[in-house]
Ligand binder design. Structure first.
Ligand code: FAD
Length: 311
């Protein structure tokens, strides 16, 4: 077994940022790093990043990501190269096929990994549980390959200017069971939350759809724009364009006032760089307080009533 194998992610002809982050994460293990690019024209993606020893270009028919194509290709690459570790992004794409590859090939597995270390010969991966309140270290003994899904935005992106060698690989693929047809643009949102200076952001703590108008009015009065955590979008209470987080928008307002948001990593990924973060939550252990500059352990409705009086 040798080296770390990274699978690059790309979308509509652009390399996704997570690929650079995976290269940095891979270097934590101190082994040789190979990056596989699976695409119709893999050579068009510049993955000659610092820290990459080898680029493996795998030419396939499909221009865009297809679950079964990536699964089959990764299985072949692992069988051929016997890497010590395989790293994929903890992304919608990789979640579709990574766990299946790990289960099929009986690899060690961890998802949402945000820390890596080598202890003696063992690989130690850190991930969180209970909404980010507890970190856990998983130790994978030497001699057993491991597949890790790495949390985006944690590792710094690897810089350009590597000196990797390039090899070509071919994989026998049966006809893909899925075909990417086209991209549908999301309907234009009513507001662009990424340009607001002041976001009033509400989460599941508001309890009910009926509460939304109260916070729309409060946002208006405060001169803020209303944004939300994902459960409110999933429930159909607010449009997608208002969602902050990993699968929503990344925002950086001067002020981010979070009411009833627990601070799950996927939410923090979209707002942790805000200028001043103020959090209100009844749970003193809520993870949002770890990134908040100011916090109140209080009922959000009481705070909303007080803000209403001020404005
Ligand atoms: C692949 C993936 C992508 C994701 N992408 C995103 C994303 O882009 N954005 C996102 O937000 N999430 C995302 N999630 C979901 C994320 O993991 C969390 O489930 C979500 O952020 C939780 O939203 P929340 O904090 O509003 O709800 P909860 O976690 O349920 O938290 C509600 C909080 O409100 C508090 N509360 C309850 N009542 C009150 C009250 N009266 N006063 C004050 N506080 C109160 C509670 O103590 C609790 O902390 C994603 C998940 C996955 C797996």
């Amino acid at each position: 077994m040798n080296g770390t194998l990274v699978v690059a992610e790309h979308l509509r002809g652009e390399l996704r940022d997570v690929t650079r982050e995976l290269v940095t994460a891979a270097q934590e293990l101190g082994d040789r790093v190979a990056v596989a690019v699976i695409a119709k024209d893999p050579g068009r993606f510049d993955v000659n990043l610092r820290g990459v020893d080898e680029i493996i270009n795998v030419g396939v028919e499909q221009e865009e990501f297809e679950n079964d194509v990536y699964q089959r290709t990764l299985e072949e690459l692992i069988a051929d190269r016997q890497p010590r570790a395989v790293m994929l992004g903890f992304t919608v794409n990789s979640m579709g096929y990574g766990p299946a590859v790990a289960a099929k090939l009986r690899l060690g597995f961890a998802s949402d990994v945000h820390g890596l270390a080598r202890e003696d010969e063992a690989l130690v991966a850190t991930r969180s549980f209970y909404g980010g309140k507890v970190d856990c270290e998983l130790e994978f003994p030497a001699g057993r390959p491991v597949l890790l899904l790495i949390r985006p935005t944690v590792f710094a992106p690897a810089a350009d200017g590597g000196s990797a060698t390039t090899t070509e690989a071919t994989v026998e693929l049966s006809a893909s069971r899925a075909r990417h047809v086209r991209f549908e643009e999301a309907a234009a949102g009513d507001v662009d939350i990424t340009t607001a200076d002041f976001l009033l952001s509400v989460g599941r703590g508001i309890g009910d759809k009926e509460a939304i108008p109260q916070f729309e009015q409060l946002a208006d009065k405060l001169g803020a724009v209303l944004s939300v955590s994902r459960p409110l979008v999933d429930a159909g209470w607010m449009p997608n364009a208002r969602q902050v987080g990993q699968s929503g928008k990344t925002v950086k307002p001067k002020v981010y006032l979070a009411l009833g948001i627990s601070g799950a990593v996927q939410h923090l990924a979209g707002m942790k760089s805000s200028g001043t973060i103020i959090a209100v939550n009844t749970d003193p252990e809520a993870a949002i307080f770890k990134v908040a500059h100011f916090g109140a352990v209080a009922d959000l409705f009481d705070v909303a009533d007080e803000l209403e009086k001020l404005s």
